[in-house]
Design a binder for this molecule. Structure first.
Ligand SMILES: Cc1cc2nc3c(=O)[nH]c(=O)nc-3n(C[C@H](O)[C@H](O)[C@H](O)COP(=O)(O)O)c2cc1C
Length: 334
């Protein structure tokens, strides 16, 4: 097992803290598809191709979103240690195979916003429970939009009820297509349900509630039969805030930026006391994603759909230890 070494002038314990923060990022089915290589002058972020879910995520888009989210956490954690992170996305020959490298760009004092984001990293959760009816106000919406913009991406807020209804329809369509796809269902089963001692996947306590006939939104059934916190016959909130994190262009670079934006939006939501969950089916099914893109005007590239509101707390999901995430300094990556 590779030990945590020093990097960027930080002691091994500090590096461990930074990587633990990175690994608290969200990922599809909590697959944690990231690896890190520690060198004296840089930390490299790599995708863990073995943890990709090819049926659910055929283009590895969500893998790169998750890695982008881990990169955002890593940046914030470094800032918390007064290190200014210098990030290169897709660095090419400078770090073969890496999605990003992070170097030390001098020292800095974290501002209040950075400190709040840092506190939000361990507090953030995907919350699949029904949300309360109370709405997200204009100031909070503005903060979420700004969070995406700061990361060179765009947050589309589905404003009109008709647009929310059309997105809801696209979620249902894509959900139905995935229900009939044995590969997608096998990947869901492989990372959900009772898996005692597992350090990845979505445990039953985080699964939310099982779908019921009256539901308008099509959520994934992570744990069939789970209906805690659900009043019988009660649907989800009637008017959730639905937002779409978009990149300005297609491809890995846009996805890595969108992943950082997604995480900044989610952490900002956490600082505001907001809960969020994902509705990824219309992103994962290619034909439906094109329809969603047209729905948003045809220019922006939709990367992830989020539902945002107020809810009760949910437990944390597990993470693998940092030592399992390390690539040996000289080992080639597949
Ligand atoms: C790109 C992406 C897509 C996701 N899609 C879904 C989804 O469609 N439904 C869902 O319930 N959770 C979805 N999730 C949330 C993950 O299941 C969650 O991040 C993971 O289980 C870890 O839990 P945590 O977010 O509470 O730390 C997605 C996460 C990411 C990063």
């Amino acid at each position: 097992m590779t030990e945590v070494s020093s990097a960027l002038g930080l002691a091994p314990d500090q590096v461990r803290t930074v990587l633990e923060s990175a690994s608290l990022a969200p990922s599809v089915h909590n697959s944690q598809p990231w690896r890190f290589r520690l060198l004296p002058d840089r930390i490299e972020l790599h995708a863990d191709a073995e943890r990709r879910l090819p049926a659910t995520d055929p283009d590895a888009r969500e893998l790169r979103l998750a890695c982008g989210a881990a990169l955002f956490n890593l940046r914030v954690a470094l800032q918390g240690l007064e290190v200014r992170p210098l990030v290169s996305l897709l660095p090419g020959q400078a770090a073969p195979g890496a999605l990003a490298t992070v170097r030390r760009g001098g020292t800095m004092r974290p501002d209040d916003e950075t400190r709040a984001l840092l506190r939000a990293i361990p507090a953030r959760r995907t919350n699949r429970r029904p949300f309360f009816e109370s709405g997200v106000d204009g100031r909070q919406r503005h903060a979420l939009v700004r969070a995406a913009e700061l990361e060179r991406s765009w947050l589309h807020v589905a404003g009109a009820r008709e647009q929310v209804a059309r997105i809801k329809y696209l979620v249902r369509r894509a959900h139905q297509i995935q229900l009939e796809d044995p590969g997608v269902q096998a990947e869901l089963r492989s990372l959900t349900g009772h898996r005692p001692g597992a350090l990845d996947g979505v445990p039953p306590a985080s699964a939310g509630v099982s779908p019921e006939a009256q539901d308008e939104w099509a959520f994934r059934d992570f744990h069939p039969g789970a209906n805690h916190d659900r009043l019988p016959g009660k649907d989800y909130e009637s008017n959730p805030l639905v937002v779409v994190v978009c990149s300005h262009y297609e491809g890995p670079l846009g996805e890595l930026q969108a992943g950082q934006a997604m995480q900044r939006v989610l952490l900002t939501a956490t600082t505001l006391g907001l809960a969020a969950s994902f509705l990824s089916q219309p992103i994962e099914v290619r034909s439906v994603r094109e329809e969603l893109r047209r729905e948003l005007g045809g220019v922006l590239v939709p990367q992830t759909v989020l539902r945002v509101g107020f809810s009760s707390p949910v437990p944390a999901t597990p993470r693998r230890p940092v030592t399992e995430l390390l690539l040996e300094p000289n080992r080639a990556v597949n």
